[in-house]
Write a protein that binds this ligand. Structure first.
Ligand SMILES: *Cc1c(COP(=O)(O)O)cnc(C)c1O
Length: 381
């Protein structure tokens, strides 16, 4: 009997606690553990809080199940999850990365890891041929994000996996934007899934966290070694909160998907909106591919209202959409990528990617859709 996603969200990784029967995994807020005999820690592994923590164990088992993986490895942030994955590589090794990844990922690659000797090529992964053309003898990893932020570019994960594997490289997928409810990259051939659990996975805008999921035992061993050796581990409280968030992931995502589509359709029909970018609309140039590898299209919607002045007016006059960075929480948010998330990207590159001054990004929450539509109508009018 293999449980369905909604059941896994509630049960995976969470067993009644052995001492008291506590139904919810307790917050094991401890840095160390008493050992019953010399060099014989309980469970063979509970010797120090960085190395092992039962609350973290539960979160890792939960995300592994939700991503159709075998092993989860938890981190203090999405960026530390990605950084730790890259620490498998050595100076001189090469990575092919999607060019429109999360800004912090680009910064980590170009400003930090490149300085330590890793080499990067950035390509538009909407066309898998661009990945193949960038492969070198020392390419060890292909790293993609799909959909991307904020342009909602889609990468064909089956094609990307084939190209990476033919080159002897791994494919890692940042699945933050889609969430495992809508897209499970390991089922499509990817080797590694990474999340900023700060976003949809936790979903309540109250912590920073990162997760990695793999199937391969040896790769999991390596990642656990690096998790302990580098030490960017999440605290037990944050693991507990993320587990609590995951218990409603399916309910939240169902509503994010529905509200996202409703808002996208409403804006597409609005005279003051030049363009709506949403993979769930047939007008999205990669809608067919998106529909093939995703089961829903999230609450992320980008609209072009023409000018920076109009983007400013819209983003500042919405009532239910807070003007803020981040995404994926229960409450709606609005941002202007050119001045916020993508301000550090040079203007010519921004324009080339389509991040125009009038682009507004909405993270549609799970409020009543009619209230959100009324808010948008008023702010646009
Ligand atoms: C936010 C984000 C990250 C970084 O995660 P943090 O938890 O903020 O460190 C990485 N990838 C994507 C797609 C993101 O949205």
């Amino acid at each position: 009997m293999s449980p369905r996603f909604d059941t896994l969200a509630i049960h995976a990784g969470v067993e009644p606690e052995p001492v008291t029967g506590a139904v919810m995994t307790p917050i094991f807020q401890t840095s160390t553990y008493a050992q019953p005999a010399l060099a014989e820690p309980k469970g063979g592994r509970f010797d120090y809080g960085r190395t092992a923590n039962p609350t973290r164990d539960a979160l890792e088992a939960s995300i592994a199940a939700l991503e159709s993986g075998k092993h989860g490895v938890a981190f203090a942030s999405g960026l530390s999850a990605i950084e730790t994955l890259l620490k498998r590589l050595s100076a001189g090794d090469h990575v092919v990365s999607e060019e429109n990844t999360y800004g912090g990922t680009t910064r980590l690659f170009t400003k930090v890891l490149a300085r330590l000797g890793l080499e990067f090529t950035f390509v538009d992964t909407r066309d898998p041929a661009n990945i193949a053309a960038a492969i070198r003898p020392r390419t060890k990893l292909v790293h993609v994000e799909t959909p991307t932020n904020p342009m909602m570019r889609i990468c064909d994960l089956r094609a990307a996996a084939e190209i990476a594997h033919a080159a002897g490289a791994l494919l890692s997928v940042d699945n933050t934007y889609a969430s495992p409810y809508n897209q499970r990259p390991l089922e499509l051939g990817a080797d590694v899934v990474v999340h900023s659990s700060t976003k949809y996975v936790n979903g309540h805008s109250d912590l920073i966290g990162g997760l990695v999921v793999v199937r391969d035992d040896a790769l999991a061993e390596e990642l656990r070694y690096l998790q302990n050796a580098s030490g960017a581990v999440p605290g037990p409280m944050d693991c507990f909160l993320t587990l609590r968030g995951i218990k409603t992931l399916h309910l939240r995502m169902g509503r994010h998907n529905a509200n996202g589509l409703t808002v996208a359709r409403f804006l597409a029909a609005h005279p003051r909106v030049d363009r709506v970018i949403y993979p769930g609309l047939a007008s999205h140039p990669q809608h067919t591919l998106a529909a093939r590898q995703m089961s829903g299209f999230t609450g992320m919607v980008a609209v072009d209202v023409g000018t920076l002045a109009r983007a400013k007016a819209l983003s500042e006059s919405l009532e239910y959409f807070a003007l803020a960075e981040s995404l994926g929480g229960v409450e709606s948010l609005v941002s202007v990528p050119a001045l916020m998330t993508h301000a550090a990207v040079p203007e010519d590159r921004r324009t080339a990617m389509g991040v125009t001054p009038g682009l507004v990004r909405l993270s549609v929450g799970i409020e009543a859709a009619d209230d959100l539509l009324e808010d948008l109508a008023r702010a646009l009018g």
